[in-house]
Design a protein around this ligand. Structure first.
Ligand code: AMP
Ligand code: ZN
Length: 469
């Protein structure tokens, strides 16, 4: 069965059929880089990166584009407050973005374009819209003419009249229609500006995403995503600009993540109720944050509490324990074929994992399936006195493959350390010391390892070790 995605354009689940077979062109609206991002912003970064990984796992080649908005009012105000240039501010917070996003296991996009580096594409698109009668210039400002585009409201599922009465009255003498929006803004004193056919100025926010997405993905994208607050007007305007210019469908599937809430309110900079990803990472392991984000369906709201993060942390520890128990068992495998039940069970679970992910990327259900697998592996390890190597490897492969998508088990971390041999040697030395009743040496080894974040557990099957969360 192929993947089914809920398309906000049709408000139904639709089979995923890409423009080009085997390829996914995927654009996700990225951050405005005027500050650290908060864990509400982290939700789209994490979930859409995970969806990208799932497409890759399913055999697609994915071109994933996530932009940086590096020029807008917020950028200008913040740069003025700090007494630095807008581009210095952008450089700083792009670096901070990568520091936190990397820590959260968000893979870097194929392309991460900045608006300020795409002025030529933006100006071209605005010029085309003017030529085609979809935009007009007034005193150096250029506006999109919503009345010229009959499909305006296609994503919001509202007519121009309904949208107009719902919209706050936007008093601007220059505009023909209150919903007309700026494609180009004429320069104001003290603001950065770029030359254009309409004089010095800067682009509007919506046009940058249309211009940059089409530059890297062509005129029809497979998927366009962002937080649900971007549906209107940002994404509606992106559709209008792109389709009015090209006459082609701009994006086949529009997907939006639900809000991350705190005390039942949207987490946002303006409400001041936010926790930066940086602060969250100081308190909780990154994989616990990922687990928390993926534990709800991406379209549902998710409520952030300390308690939910603590629960996510203990869930991740259960996964890590299963992984390290498997590694331990593999060191001393038995010869009995103990996996007669385990192997087919894991095969079934792998299929159910795929079914959950194929069903509109249901990571919550997929996590449930993984825990069924963990339970089966734990039982196998406990009940089989001589777990055989092929079954252990099959169990390892199950965890490894689901984790290549979700990034919640400490597999790579353990392997990246490359010090397992040394730890095993110290453990052997400790066992000898204990046999010889040399407890001061055995305690010394335990303390040395603890200082390196390695925790020991003495079990009837020998001493197990794991890295601290
Ligand atoms: P911004 O930097 O404000 O443009 O936001 C970057 C991304 O985060 C956008 O896709 C927003 O829709 C999304 N976003 C902002 N606040 C939240 C929230 N509380 N929960 C989920 N997504 C959010
Ligand atoms: Zn955008």
């Amino acid at each position: 069965m192929s993947m089914v995605l809920y398309n906000d354009l049709t408000r139904t689940k639709e089979p995923f059929v890409p423009v080009r077979e085997g390829h996914v062109g995927f654009y996700s609206c990225g951050p405005t880089v005027y500050d650290f991002f908060h864990i509400g912003n982290a939700r789209p970064f994490i979930v859409f990166d995970t969806l990208r990984r799932y497409f890759e796992y399913s055999g697609y080649e994915v071109t994933y584009v996530q932009n940086f908005t590096d020029i807008d009012d917020k950028m200008i105000n913040r740069a003025n407050q700090e007494g630095i240039s807008v581009s210095e501010l952008a450089d700083r917070f792009i670096a901070e973005y990568y520091r936190d996003a990397d820590a959260l296991g968000v893979r870097r996009p194929t392309h991460a374009p900045k608006a300020t580096e795409h002025m030529a594409e933006i100006i071209d698109l605005v010029s085309t819209l003017i030529e085609k009668g979809h935009a007009y210039e007034v005193n150096g400002d250029v506006f999109f003419d919503v009345a010229s585009f009959p499909a305006y409201g296609v994503l919001a599922k509202q007519s121009l009249e309904d949208l107009q009465s719902a919209a706050r009255t936007d008093v601007n003498e220059q505009k023909r229609h209150p919903l007309d929006f700026a494609l180009w803004k004429s320069k104001k004193e003290g603001e950065p500006s770029w030359p254009s056919p309409w004089g010095e100025g800067r682009p509007g926010w919506h046009i940058e995403c249309s211009a940059m997405s089409m530059k890297y993905l062509g005129s029809t994208l497979d998927i366009h995503s962002g937080g649900t607050d971007l549906t209107f007007p940002h994404h509606e305007n992106e559709i209008a600009q792109a389709e009015a210019a090209t006459g082609k469908t701009f994006a086949k599937y529009w997907i939006h993540n639900g809000f991350l809430l705190i005390d039942r309110e949207k987490m946002s900079k303006s409400l001041g109720n936010f926790l930066t990803a940086r602060a969250a990472l100081e308190k909780f392991p990154p994989r616990a944050i990922r687990f928390f984000m993926l534990s709800a369906h991406y379209r549902s709201p998710i409520n952030f509490t300390e308690e939910s993060l603590i629960q996510a942390q203990s869930a991740v520890e259960r996964l890590d324990n299963c992984w390290s128990d498997l590694q331990h068992a593999k060191k001393n495998p038995g010869s009995k074929e103990g996996g007669a039940e385990l192997v087919p069970l894991l095969d079934g679970l792998k299929n159910r994992f795929k079914e959950a992910m194929d069903d509109d990327f249901n990571t919550a259900a997929a996590l449930g399936v993984i825990f069924e697998g963990v339970k089966a592996i734990n039982t196998f390890l406990k009940e089989s006195s001589e777990p055989d190597l092929p079954s252990l490897e099959r169990a390892e492969q199950f965890l490894r493959s689901v984790d290549s998508i979700l990034g919640i088990i400490g597999i790579e971390e353990g392997e990246a350390h490359g010090d397992e041999g040394e730890i095993e040697n110290l453990l052997k030395e400790r066992e000898t010391a204990r046999r010889e009743r040399n407890f001061s040496r055995s305690d010394e080894i335990r303390d040395t390892l603890a200082a390196r974040g390695i925790l020991l557990e003495d079990t009837p099957q020998g001493t197990k070790w794991k890295r601290r969360g």
